[in-house]
Design a protein around this ligand. Structure first.
Ligand SMILES: Nc1ncnc2c1ncn2[C@@H]1O[C@H](COP(=O)(O)OP(=O)(O)OP(=O)(O)O)[C@@H](O)[C@H]1O
Ligand SMILES: [Mg+2]
Length: 512
């Protein structure tokens, strides 16, 4: 009789004792040689399912098909298979609740961009409005061109997209409040919008001029966008929150969102656990770079044609799913052999026709940045920024927020808003106290935040906190969050950071 293709063993410890294991020791105890042939799922408590396979279970997974990618009534698409062959599904929408937020982590070549491409194709086929920032200059997800509603390929455009994204959240919040609606229904009246940023670490890592503002915008869109159908998700190499905009900003959002963990590097795992994104004790079988048993070969036996095993790219854990510890693999995407230029197999996956577009009712409010997406409007285009601000005000959004979004240095005059923690400015237009204030005066009368910062630094360097306090003590309008203006001024050479945490006027050029 033929031996079975797999053996499943259910193990349990006594109540009160937790399951922990050493994968290599387990493989060896089972008499195996290839760690990829042994899958372990735990319940995080005292029970585990061990499956020993004759062949690595996810080695020859098929290609994605269009029918996998149409969202079902519960908002799920099928993105691949678990090790036991069960469909691996990701949620794009939660009926009765709204948009999703999440992250895709993995080391170089782990399969982040392919997985993203799969999801983007699913969004197009499901009539979801996709806004994509591909921060490798458009090289990570090139086939998305023309298949998404907005494709940004530079950090400046990505910032415009995030600002417009938060505008959209506020405009919809306002509109739904008028309709007496407190939740989002897909297509009634608006489409689901999904903002995705590949290589998000380029915006969020230390040294990026956009770090603070990007972290803030992503967090706010994640927090407020859910119930108005605006979701946000990032893909990044980093696993450490420190590399993603700083300690607490994104942690909460990521914890509540759908985290997908592709192959990780050794320090990533420790960081994920210490950041609280992975529960302590949630053991995951590591994903090696290549599958196949490690082979020891004596110098007398070398043949010169050792086969190095196959790539494990695309293998992952869906940490936000009902089976967080079950190894899965994303379906293959693209041609079997690399092609020059756009991959026709990937283009086909998106399907024919135009992608879904943002609803007309919001287009005017997200303004020229959206209208000219990919075009000449940039972060520094003041006229465009004013138009965004005015659009938001027409929609009844707190002008302080609107001016902030439109860009630093454009802050409106008027009565000081109720004191808030400067680190957490409220952009929620429905928040108590976020009443209407006079429209911006286009910077004519009152001094700009920029010039007030320059004045405050005349006596010497200050840290951000003291600087903000000094600016706010000069009798002018209260600035809620000074960080974006500082970043922008640094980018323009108007300010320097002589050392970490300290802001100063640029050193005067020497006279020789
Ligand atoms: N699901 C998959 N099945 C099989 N092979 C895959 C899968 N996903 C990705 N690959 C292979 O791995 C390669 C790298 O994938 P991808 O570019 O998505 O990685 P990445 O994580 O985005 O890398 P980088 O950090 O360099 O951007 C792909 O070119 C493809 O050959
Ligand atoms: Mg990539």
């Amino acid at each position: 009789m033929r031996a079975p293709d797999f053996v499943e063993i259910e193990v349990a410890r006594r109540p009160g004792e937790l399951i922990t294991y050493n994968h290599a020791a387990l493989v060896s105890a089972l008499g195996g040689t290839d760690p990829a042939c042994v899958a372990v799922e735990t319940d995080g408590l005292s029970r585990a399912l061990i499956t020993a396979y004759r062949r690595p279970p996810l080695e020859n997974l098929r290609y994605a098909r269009p029918e996998d990618l149409v969202m079902d009534a519960d908002g799920y698409i099928t993105v691949g298979r678990h090790h036991d062959g069960a469909p691996a599904r990701m949620r794009l929408y939660e009926p009765g609740s709204g948009a999703q937020r999440g992250a895709l982590f993995g080391t170089t070549g782990a399969g982040k961009s392919r997985a993203l491409q799969l999801v983007l194709a699913a969004e197009k086929r499901s009539r979801i409005v996709s806004w994509l920032s591909d921060l490798k200059g458009g090289q990570s997800v090139p086939e998305a061109r023309g298949q998404v509603d907005w494709r940004a390929t530079t950090e400046q455009d990505a910032m415009m997209m995030l600002r417009a994204g938060l505008c959209l959240v506020m405009v919809r919040t306002e509109r739904y409040a008028r309709l007496g609606r407190s939740y989002f229904v897909i297509g009634d009246p608006d489409p689901l919008v999904s903002i995705r940023i590949d290589e998000a670490n380029r915006l969020l890592q230390e040294g990026s001029v956009y770090r603070d503002e990007a972290a803030f915008l992503i967090k706010e869109i994640g927090r407020l966008g859910r119930s108005v159908g605006v979701g946000i998700s990032i893909a990044a190499q980093a696993g450490h929150i420190e590399e993603l905009g700083g300690s607490d900003t994104l942690r909460a959002m990521l914890k509540e969102g759908d985290v997908v963990l592709l192959r990780w590097s050794s320090n990533m795992m420790a960081a994920l656990v210490s950041d609280g994104l992975l529960p302590l004790g949630a053991d995951l079988v590591p994903i090696p770079r290549r599958s196949g048993p490690p082979v020891l070969r004596s110098r007398f036996e070398r043949t010169g044609n050792e086969v190095p095993g196959t790539s494990t790219a695309g293998q992952a854990y869906l940490l936000g799913s009902p089976r967080p510890t079950a190894l899965m693999r994303f379906f293959r995407v693209g041609s079997p052999v690399p092609v020059n230029g756009l991959d026709p197999a990937i283009v086909d996956l998106y399907g024919p026709g135009e992608p879904a577009r943002l609803e007309a009712a919001s287009v005017d409010y997200v303004g020229p940045a959206y209208a000219a997406r990919g075009g000449p409007v940039t972060v520094h285009d003041t006229a465009a920024a004013f138009a965004v601000a005015e659009g938001l005000e027409d929609a009844g959004v707190d002008p302080a927020s609107a001016a902030y979004l439109a860009g630093p240095g454009l802050t409106p005059p008027g009565p000081a808003p109720a004191p808030t923690d400067p680190a957490t400015p409220t952009l929620d237009p429905t928040a108590p106290g976020a009443g209407l204030m006079p429209p911006p005066s286009k910077g004519k009368g009152a001094p700009s935040t920029r010039s007030r910062i320059l004045a405050a630094l005349a006596d010497g360097p200050l840290n951000k906190h003291d600087l903000q306090a000094k600016v706010n003590a000069d009798g002018g309008r209260q600035v809620r969050n000074i960080a974006p203006t500082l970043s922008e001024m640094k980018a323009h050479g108007e300010l320097e950071q002589p050392e970490r945490g300290l802001w100063a006027l640029p050193a005067a050029p020497s006279d020789d």
